[in-house]
Each structure stands twice: as C-alpha cells, then as structure tokens.
Design a protein around this ligand. Structure first.
Ligand code: ATP
Length: 781
C-alpha cells in the first residue's frame, strides 16, 4: 500500500494549490462568462419568452386586422380598384385566397349569407383572417355526399356539421378514418395548390402536362320552376366560386333556420346573366387559338337534363352558342392568317344514341368505332368540306334536325343523345424566316345528354331505356374521370361509346374545357350537387400537352419531288407506248391475215412482210408503222370491219355492172347480127333478081365487110371490134356487094369505103358497131 510523507503531501498540496490556482485562473474567465449566463437565467422569468411571443403575435394579428379593415374600406369606397374578375388570369390566383376575398365580399353584400356564415364560422374567424389558415381549405369529400353538411374550412376545423358531430359520437372509427383522410388530403391539396401556383396562364403545369379547365354556368330560373315555388340555391361569387345552399325541410321546425352549404371553386363561374359571347370568350376562344396553332382541343358540356347544355353549345338564332361562335372565329382567323389562302375546314357531326354511333349529316347505318393513328374515329363518317360560316350553320341545322330529342318531364326538348361536332382545320402559315408550315388542328365540340334521375323523366317508356343508356355512358365517364384523377394505369374507356370518343379529350394530347351547367332551383339540388362534384373532380385530370401538328413545307424539296414525279411519269409513258406499239403490230398482223383470207391469195412477199414484221427491212418497218398509225391505230375495230365490207361491196357492184354491160353488149350484138342478116337476105333477094340476068352467086357476110384500111391510116377505137381481116383471097361480103354493084368504081378491082358511103347500100356501115363507141361517118372518110 503506498505511504505518503508530509513533505510529499505538502509538495502535492502545493502542486494541487498551484494547479488549482491555475485552473481557477482559467475558470474565472469561464465563470465570469457562465455567471453572466446564469445571471441572465436567474433574472429572466421562464414565461417571459412566451409572453413576448404572445405579445408579438397579438401585435401582428392587430396589424393584419387593421390592414384588412383598410383594404375593406378601400374596396367599399373604390370598388373599381379591385381587380376585375374578367381581367384575372385563369390559373394565377390562389383558390383559397379567392375564397377569402369572396367570403369577405359576400359578408359585406349579403346580410343573409353573413348571418349564416357568422353562425357557422365564428370559431374560425381568426383563421379566416389569417391567410395561412385559408391555405388549408379542403373541398368536400365525395364519399361524404350523404352527409351533405361537410363543408370543411381550415385544417382541423369543421363548420356547420351537426351530422358529422353526430357521426363522430356514434362511429368513432369512421371519423378517425375520415379525419385522417382529411389530414392526408390537406397535404395533397397543399401540394396541388403549389402545383397550381406554378401553372402558367394557359393552364400548363410544366413539362408535358396540362389540366382540364372547368367552368360552371348557372342558367336563369325557369318559369315552371318559379311557378312551382322553387328557391335559388346557388350563388356565384367573384365569377369563380359557387356556393350551393341546401334549405332545410319546411317541416323540420328545429332546423328551419339552418342552412347547409357547400363551396366549390372553378376556373370561372358564370351567373345567370352571362351572355353567350362572354361564355365563349372565357372558355373556348383560347382553345380555338390553340387549334389554329395546330393543336387539338375539346369542349364539352356536362350537367343535368334541362340545365342548359344545348343552349350553351348551340344556342338560338338570336343568341348563338359556343359551337357557332367558335366556327365563326375559326374562319375569320384562318382567312387572316392563311399564307396563300390555301386552307381546308372539314366537318363531321355524330351522335351516340342508345350506345350506337350515328352520322348526323347523312343518317344511315350505325357507325363502327376504330382506333388509328389519329385516335378513335367513326369509320365511314361523312367529312364535309365547309367554305364559310353560313355553310357550317346550315350543316349544323341539318344535323340537329336529325338529332334525337324528345320531350321529358324535365325538359321539353331534351337531347336524348350525346352530340359531337368535329372540325378539322388545315392551313399554311409563313414564319419570320419565310418557312412555310402546314398546320392541322382538330376541335371537338360535345353536347352531352343530360344526367338524370329516372323519376325526373319517365320510368316505364322508351325514355327510361334512353335514360339508362345515358346514365350508363355518364357513369362510364365518371369512372374514367376517377381513374384519371387517381392516376390509374388502366382507364376504362371501352365501357361506353361516349368514353371511347372522348378518349383523346380526357387522356390524350388535347386541351380540354368542361362547362358544367347547373340549374338554380332548389328542386334540382341533388343534380346540381352531383354536377358540381364531378366538375370539381374533373379539374384534377391531367392531360398531355397537345403537340403542334405541323410540318415544314420546303419549296425546293417540293420542286425536287415534282421533278421526280415528272421523270417517273415520263418513264411510265414510254413503257406504255412500247406496249401499245406491240399491241398495234399484233393487231395489224391479224388484220392482214383476215384480209388475205377474204381476198385472193396474197403474194408471198406481202405475207412475209406482214407475218414477220421484225424480220422486215427497217425502212419498210417504219413505213408500215406510220401507215398503221395513220389509218388504224386509233380506228375502232368495228370501223375497220366496216371499211373492208365497203370495199367488198364496191367490188361486187363493179362486177355486177360489168355483167350487166356484158349482157347488154351481147344483146346489141345479137340485134346487130339479126339486122345484118336481114340486110343480107334482102340483098340476096335483089341479087337473085339480078342473077336471073347474070351468073347467080351466093353472098356471104365476109363479102359485105368494108375494105381493110391502109397500114399508115389511124385506127379508130372501133377497129378492135371489127371482124378479123381475111388473110386469104377469100371473097367477103363486101367483095361480093361491090363486085356486084354496077355503079361502083373499083381500085384494082375493089371498092373503097367512100364508094360504099356514096351508095345507098352502104347504109349498113351506119349500124351500131359492137363495142363502146359508135362509128362516126367522118372516120371513114
Ligand atoms: N343561359 C340561359 N339563358 C336563357 N335560357 C336558358 C339558358 N340556359 C338554358 N336555357 C333554357 O332552358 C331550357 C333547357 O335548356 P337546354 O335544352 O339547353 O337544356 P339541356 O341541358 O340541353 O337539356 P337536355 O340534357 O335534356 O337536352 C331551354 O328552354 C333553354 O332555352
């Protein structure tokens, strides 16, 4: 065990003392610092900070209160200083901020509303005054629809919810679930609002996403509704927010003064005094512009039967609706912009009735839906090319006459079908760098049939079947909206024809606008609530940003294309000419063969040249072709045959004429012979008389013939037809006559022709000679 001496102890004590003093020196500094700190703590009240914070917050609150009061005064004194709702941009304002201002305005203007809100929102007033609290505004949860009193304002506050409170007591678990949903919803809403804040003016969310723009239109109270004593249950505030109030049952005396309200916010809401033009400019004008940029756009009206969908879409002659105004706008803009006036506007108009698609412009068989590159299309639908707005109006009128409408209990001219008007616009534009673009945009304008309860129409008639089909398609539409909002992979478009046709508008690359039509009557509260609910839900649907459908047209490229086309056509032309020549040659051969068969056997050379054109000489060949081309190339077959027949006929006629001539000649010859024989007989009788005196000699025909002319003498054409000259010294008829004639002077014992003429017996020379010409007397001179 170690033992320590005093000196050691003292030394250690000294050391300890020194080290202590060293440490104490070091610590004094720390202690002074610490003492400062501890002093601070000792002098400060532990609640001092909180009190200060409270004071600061109260000050801030008062400042804000004062500021809001000043703002309110300003607004009251100078309402024009507040931004006009019309001038506000579509997506820049925060919904919760709008709610705050709208609530404030409503509070100032509407004492009734003020009472209701005060009664229900007293606990929340500080929160409402605080803008940060208003950002936690939550819209109604559709699952709570049956409660109808579930307007939530603030992150953890519920206003005017007796039924919810009741539910909380009876079913704690449900409330826990609902509240937890509210909590997560708040976070989601916050995220969404942040996203909205990023949203550009045109509703694009950034990247390649945009969302459906949703608008609400309230129609005026109908005469029937007024007569039925209905009250207005819808209030449009700030041209954006819709307050839906449900009046308590008149028999429910306990809650008679109580009102249940719901609030919805949209891109814009139109009160009943809004004109058609205002609705068009706010909802669709921008979309038309996008279509002219080569993008696709859709506008569809949704709502209960009789809520004013057809009025909004089509309108009347005096107040034309969105369809008409959009087309007018389209035509005006295209004409202004089209680079070379070269534009095409094509229209198709169809309806979906009882789950069949029909062409409204040329009704006939139901159309089949097909999916191709352009999306879902109705196969065989009529595409009309329109040149003016008037033409489109006429087409629309025609289409609407074909549309199925029936009077129901809810609406006298209720549309029983969904109608879709599609306008495809194609035109050319020139940009600053002189490039020419071809732009194609498609605008779909859809008037849906009314969502309705069976009781609202008829139950046991055809209307009920129509209603069931309408509801079926609208249910399919709501399923698609739900699936799209929840970001599901599978969207049930195929559940109905309507959703198939709306596929592009809902989930494709398209700028889409939805106009929800509502009635102001408290009798239609259920339908209005339903419409607003779905409209609000549709606001969350994200669509892909529509790409511009345009292509650059390069003039040089077009020139090259045309040159290529020209070359191809020339080549084709050449080939066709070669083929034609071959065919002509074949035809010619056949023709020659047939001619040869008809006529006398052809000479071997001609047959050779016709049958073997390829072996013939080139000269002959070209001659042959030219003849063919000039005579038969373009002569029809029948003409050729006719010509041949004509030739044959002509030949036959000639033959006949020749035969006739021959017969006539024979006859003439016979007559001549007879006459001569008669003369001979007479002469012989005379001779017999004279022979009584002289030697009795017989007279022959040859002796009567004239004398042969001298060789130097010109022969007459009749010479050929004279009887052959006697070669021997045989006595002829002439010899006999002249020899026997007493008055005739003879030359070497023979008579000359002149002698014969001078004598009366020379008369036979005047007789017609055989042959074509009669002998003239002077020829023999
Ligand atoms: N904004 C409005 N201003 C004046 N009248 C309107 C307005 N909206 C609707 N109406 C009138 O209300 C009636 C019903 O409107 P409409 O036929 O457009 O309803 P709908 O929603 O198309 O009905 P359904 O679905 O049965 O076809 C019509 O007589 C129409 O003129």
């Amino acid at each position: 065990m170690p033992v320590s001496t005093r000196s050691q102890i003292s030394s250690t004590q000294d050391e300890q003392q020194r080290s202590r003093s060293r440490r104490s020196n070091e610590e004094t500094e720390e202690e002074t610092q610490m003492s400062n700190v501890t002093n601070n703590f000792t002098f400060r009240n532990p609640h001092h900070g909180l009190k200060e914070k409270m004071r600061a917050l109260t000050l801030l609150y008062e400042q804000q209160k004062k500021a809001s009061a000043i703002l309110r005064n300003n607004n009251i004194n100078n309402p024009s200083s507040s931004p006009k709702p019309d001038q506000e941009k579509r997506f820049t304002s925060h919904p919760s901020a709008d709610l705050l201002t709208s609530c404030q305005r409503q509070e100032q203007k509407d004492p009734k509303f003020n009472n209701v809100m005060r009664e229900k929102t007293v606990p929340l007033l500080p929160t409402m005054a605080n803008p940060t609290a208003s950002t936690t505004f939550v819209l109604p949860e559709p699952l709570l629809d049956d409660g109808k009193e579930n307007l939530l304002i603030g992150s953890d506050k519920i206003i005017g919810f007796p039924s919810c409170a009741r539910k909380a007591e009876t079913a704690k678990t449900t409330v826990v679930r609902k509240l937890s949903m509210v909590g997560t919803r708040n976070v989601q809403e916050q995220e969404k609002r942040e996203t909205y804040a990023k949203t550009e003016k045109n509703g694009r969310i950034g990247g390649d996403e945009s969302r459906i723009h949703v608008f609400v239109r309230l129609r005026p109270m109908a005469k029937k509704e007024k007569e039925a004593g209905s009250r207005c249950c819808v209030k449009i505030v700030n041209k954006k927010d819709v307050y839906l109030t449900e009046f308590a049952n008149e028999n429910d005396y306990l809650r008679l003064k109580r009102l249940k309200g719901r609030h919805f916010s949209f891109d814009a809401s139109f009160p009943d005094s809004t004109t058609q033009h205002e609705v068009y400019t706010t909802t669709t004008a921008e979309l038309v512009e996008e279509v002219l940029q080569g993008r696709n756009g859709s506008v569809f009206c949704y709502g209960a039967t009789g809520a004013g969908k057809t009025y909004t879409m089509l309108g009347t002659l005096e107040n034309p609706g969105v369809m008409v105004l959009a087309i007018k706008d389209l035509f005006t803009s295209i004409r202004q912009r089209s680079f070379d006036g070269n534009h095409v506007v094509q229209l198709s108009y169809l309806e979906v009735y009882n789950e069949t698609v029909r062409d409204l412009l040329s009704p006939g068989r139901p159309l089949v839906l097909r999916e191709d590159k352009q999306g879902i299309v109705a196969a065989g639908i009529t595409q009309y090319r329109a040149y003016s707005t008037d033409e489109v109006m006429a087409l629309l009128q025609r289409g609407n006459q074909n549309r199925t409408t029936e009077p129901t209990r809810a609406n006298e001219t209720s549309s029983r079908s969904h109608a879709i008007l599609q306008v495809v616009v194609e035109y050319r534009v020139k940009d600053a760098s002189m490039n020419i673009f071809n732009r194609v945009g498609k605008l779909s304008l859809i008037d849906l049939a009314g969502s309705e309860r069976a009781l609202a129409t008829d139950q046991r008639t055809l209307r009920s079947l129509e209603g069931a089909n309408i509801n079926r398609s609208l249910l399919a539409l709501s399923s698609c909206i739900n699936a799209l909002v929840e970001g599901k992979k599978h969207i049930p478009y195929r559940n109905s024809k309507l959703t198939q046709l709306l596929k592009d508008s809902l989930g494709g690359a398209c700028n889409t606008v939805m106009i929800a039509n509502i009635s102001p009557s408290n009798l239609s509260f259920g339908e209005t609530q339903n419409t607003l609910h779905w409209a609000y839900r549709a606001k969350e649907i994200r669509t892909k940003t529509s790409d511009t459908n345009e292509e650059v047209i390069e003039i040089s490229e077009t020139g090259t294309d045309q040159a290529k086309l020209l070359l191809e056509l020339q080549k084709e032309n050449r080939e066709l000419r070669v083929q034609l020549t071959c065919q002509q040659q074949k035809l010619l051969t056949l023709q020659a063969q047939s001619l040869a068969a008809n006529a006398s056997p052809p000479t071997p050379s001609s047959v050779m040249s016709l049958e073997t054109p390829s072996t013939a000489q080139p000269k002959e060949k070209s001659k042959h072709r030219s003849t063919f081309l000039t005579r038969t190339c373009f002569t029809p077959e029948s003409k050729k045959r006719g010509a041949e027949e004509a030739v044959v006929k002509e030949l036959r006629l000639i033959v006949k004429a020749l035969e006739l001539e021959m017969a006539r000649m024979k006859k003439d010859h016979a007559t001549q012979l007879k006459q001569k024989d008669d003369i001979i007989r007479e002469l012989s009788r005379k001779n017999e008389k004279t022979a009584e005196v002289g030697v009795k000699k017989g007279v022959t025909r040859a002796s009567l013939r004239p004398k042969e002319p001298n060789p130097g003498e010109l022969k007459s054409p009749s010479h050929r037809f004279r009887s052959p000259v006697p070669t021997a010294k045989k006595r002829s008829f002439w010899d006999i006559t002249t020899a026997n004639s007493p008055s005739v002077t003879t030359l070497h014992g023979r008579k000359t022709r002149s002698h014969i003429i001078s004598e009366p017996v020379a008369a036979p020379s005047m007789l017609p000679q055989p042959g074509f010409a009669r002998q003239r007397p002077d020829v023999h001179k």
